[in-house]
Design a protein around this ligand. Sequence first.
Ligand SMILES: [Mg+2]
Length: 158
Amino acid sequence: MLELAGYTNLLVDVDNTIARRDSDEVEEKALRKILNLLDCNRGWKICLVSNIIFGKEREMRVRKIADSMGLPAITAKFFNRKPYPDPFLKGMKILESQPENTAIIGDQVFTDIIGGNRLGLLTVLIKPLGPDHWTTTLMGRRRKEGMILREKGITIEG
Ligand SMILES: [Mg+2]
């Protein structure tokens, strides 16, 4: 369990990690999986960190999800989006955490995982809940992710 390794702070991606892109409801299954990983949620501080491609509506959606969970949220835009450091650092500021006690959980290598690794966080990659935003598909990111994971011999649990 992460807790045993000294991690007590968690940044959590939103799209396809805890909610499908087209939904403003948190998926029970996803939440359970994360709580399992956290070993009953004892003493953890959590902040959501979500990239917003554009639009006030998308931002409001993340706020709504965060409010429903009683958690703070960072919405990251344009040149301050993941994998740039800004949203991670803002989340860590809210949590008052350091890289050595902060983990990030997300579904994308090119945003959540690369950004987290650059700052020295523990990174946890999970399988996406549903279909991607078209920009992710257009960039061929999932195909590239697949190549990287295969090369490293990494498989993701469902
Ligand atoms: Mg995501």
